[in-house]
Design a protein around this ligand. Structure first.
Ligand code: 6PG
Length: 242
């Protein structure tokens, strides 16, 4: 059930990416001014990648102190480190390799050839342990699938029903690759600001259903809400049926 969400409609995905990058830079700077540090949860997908690329360009103008920003992921494809399909690879290519982040503040989910080997449950549990020391996220960026998934939480899946664990392994994922690691909705809802970013006419039905109050089991993106802010950042095409 999406309650209290605000929708911002942009002319295009490019404008969505540029405006969201500027919005993110401001939100992170606000957190840094208040606390000295800031935290952001990154997402995969086309729109997520476009926002990171736009932030890279904006970062050359913004006064962000990258050294005190903690970087997390909302989900990850369970593949070997450096695999081009990993969301970590996307983030490093589009942003992190271009800004002076502190390596110890970049928290990728484990690869399938890392310390946990090919055990996604162990990788998920390790990330959950890491998050025990994270009281909240300042901003959680999320994409949205055509059937309403977000992160790697799909309709009527074990992940969407998970309320005890903070991070879970996802198998037989309808969107390839099949094995992933994902935050659960309760963990996403631990963020101060949750921003769902999506573009294209193919997402219009999911956007309309979420904003009309769909149940999270049927449409997991509808269950993604922030403590203080829930934004749907979409383009005109995705707003087509809204
Ligand atoms: C992933 C993403 C996933 C993505 C959506 C939207 O690992 O695939 O985390 O949740 O954000 O599928 O992807 P697009 O923006 O490319 O449609």
């Amino acid at each position: 059930m999406t309650t209290g969400a605000t929708t911002v409609v942009h002319e295009s995905q490019d404008e969505l990416a540029a405006r969201t990058a500027a919005r993110l830079a401001a939100a992170l700077a606000e957190a840094q001014a208040a606390r000295g540090t800031a935290s952001v949860v990154l997402t995969g997908g086309r729109t997520g990648g476009a926002v990171l690329a736009a932030l890279r360009d904006a970062a050359t103008m913004s006064k962000l102190d990258w050294s005190t920003i903690d970087i997390y992921w909302g989900d990850e494809r369970f593949l070997p480190r450096g695999d081009p399909e990993r969301n970590e690879t996307l983030a490093r290519r589009e942003l992190l390799d271009h800004v002076p982040v502190s390596p110890h503040r970049v928290h990728p989910m484990a690869p399938s050839d890392g310390e946990f080997g090919d055990d996604p449950d162990a990788a998920a549990e390790a990330y959950a342990v890491l998050l025990r020391d994270v009281p909240s996220f300042d901003v959680c960026l999320l994409g949205v699938g055509e059937e309403g998934h977000t992160a790697s939480i799909f309709p009527h899946s074990p992940a969407v029903a998970e309320t005890a664990r903070a991070v879970v392994a996802v198998r037989d994922c309808p969107k390839p690759p099949p094995t992933r690691v994902s935050l659960t909705l309760p963990t996403i809802r631990n963020a101060e600001r949750v921003w769902l970013m999506t573009a294209g006419a193919g997402k219009a039905e999911a956007v309309a259903a979420a904003l009309a109050g769909a149940e999270e089991a049927d449409l997991p993106a509808a269950g993604a809400r922030g403590r203080q802010e829930t934004l749907w950042l979409i383009d005109k095409a995705a707003a087509g049926e809204y």
